[in-house]
Design a binder for this molecule. Structure first.
Ligand code: GLV
Ligand code: MG
Length: 350
């Protein structure tokens, strides 16, 4: 059995003077984590506008930022954190990975300069709980030193074969854990998968229908390459009260495929996805806000079973304590969406 800290120590700050770890995640709508390149001044100038359209803005320092732009990106992130009013929109950063030459300065500079403004640090290429323990301790020391008043949360990217093997231990590693995102590009490389796509399906990953006697063409049904990993991630996250997310979808020209991939993740339990292009903000908003018809039906279930027990029939469908809980998941999410979106609030009749 893996050794774990005693409950008292698990919930105590890891450095004298660091803020108390949270006991439960803050309730926040995080349908899309919108990636921006912080060294791009034109984008920085538009940030107040972007922040009004998304649930989370993430300043990306890792992959897609060239080695000779890493320091500019870090400085750009500090500038945007200091000088933008993000309102109720979350502010995250994706730092460089633990074995890179930039990670230590990413964390030290960001926490010392804008530690009170950052909600979540996304840590790439997490392989096991030891990666979380290291960042956890470092953050506590820096929070104490710079008098940061609320703990900065950690979001792990699940994108190596070893990380998937250790996914439950990563989820359990610290009360600082916010959640996880699937990283299909790095994961494909790490596993030796034979795809060059960033997320989404692959036409050759499919099931062929049986041959008939008539010699007619056989149907081929494409399968979801990411089903297994998303399912493992959702179970690990929900077992520990964390939030699971689908990650990037690289083909910006295929909105329908992006929507289908996001929807599979939503139906499996994910709460959001990354948006790497403005068009994906709209897709994520559509997919990760529950469907109005589903919300109205869920409300009927809750109203028909005020104390959540027993069995009733609604529109010919059996409802009981378990479907009441399913309905509550949908209605709770709808209320959160309604608090931010007046159009959906009226569609949900909330
Ligand atoms: C994201 O970081 C990925 O590797 O897919
Ligand atoms: Mg990656």
């Amino acid at each position: 059995m893996t050794a774990v800290r005693t409950p008292g120590k698990f919930h105590s700050p890891l450095a004298i003077g660091a803020p108390e770890p949270l006991r439960a995640l803050p309730v926040r709508l995080e349908r899309m984590i919108h990636f921006v390149p912080p060294h791009n001044q034109k984008i920085r100038a538009k940030l107040a506008d972007i922040a009004g359209k998304v649930d989370v803005v993430l300043g990306n320092l890792e992959d897609a930022i060239a080695a000779d732009e890493k320091e500019e990106a870090r400085a750009g992130f500090i500038d945007m954190a200091r000088n933008t009013d993000f309102g109720s929109t979350g502010l995250w950063t994706r730092i460089n990975c633990l074995n890179s030459p930039w990670m230590l300065d990413d964390v030290i500079n960001i926490v010392s300069e804008v530690g009170d403004r950052v909600d979540v640090i996304m840590l790439p290429k997490v392989e096991g709980p030891w990666d979380i323990h290291y960042l956890d301790q470092l953050l506590a020391q820096l929070e104490a030193k710079h008098h940061v008043s609320k703990p900065i949360m950690i979001h792990a990217i699940l994108e190596t074969a070893e990380g998937v093997k250790n996914v439950e231990d990563i989820a359990a590693a610290s009360p600082r854990m916010h959640g996880m995102s699937l990283g299909p590009a790095d994961l494909a490389a790490s596993r030796g998968m034979k795809t060059t796509r960033v997320g989404g399906g692959h036409p050759d990953y499919s099931v062929l229908a049986d041959a008939g006697d008539d010699g007619a063409a056989r149907a081929r049904y494409q399968q979801d390459l990411w089903h297994y990993t998303v399912a493992r991630m959702v179970d690990a996250c929900l077992a520990y009260g964390l939030k699971p997310f689908y990650g990037p979808f690289g083909d910006f020209s295929d909105a329908a495929a992006c929507e289908a991939q996001f929807r599979n993740a939503f139906l499996q339990g994910c709460l959001g996805a990354w948006s790497l292009h403005p068009s994906q903000i709209t897709i994520a908003k559509k997919v990760f806000s529950p469907d109005p018809g589903e919300v109205l039906f869920a409300k009927k279930i809750l109203e028909a079973m005020p104390d959540g027990t027993g069995a009733v029939m609604i529109d010919g469908k059996m409802q009981d304590d378990a479907t009441w809980k399913q309905a509550k998941v949908i209605v709770d999410l709808a209320k959160l969406v309604a608090s931010k979106d007046p159009d959906l609030a009226s569609a949900y009749q909330l």
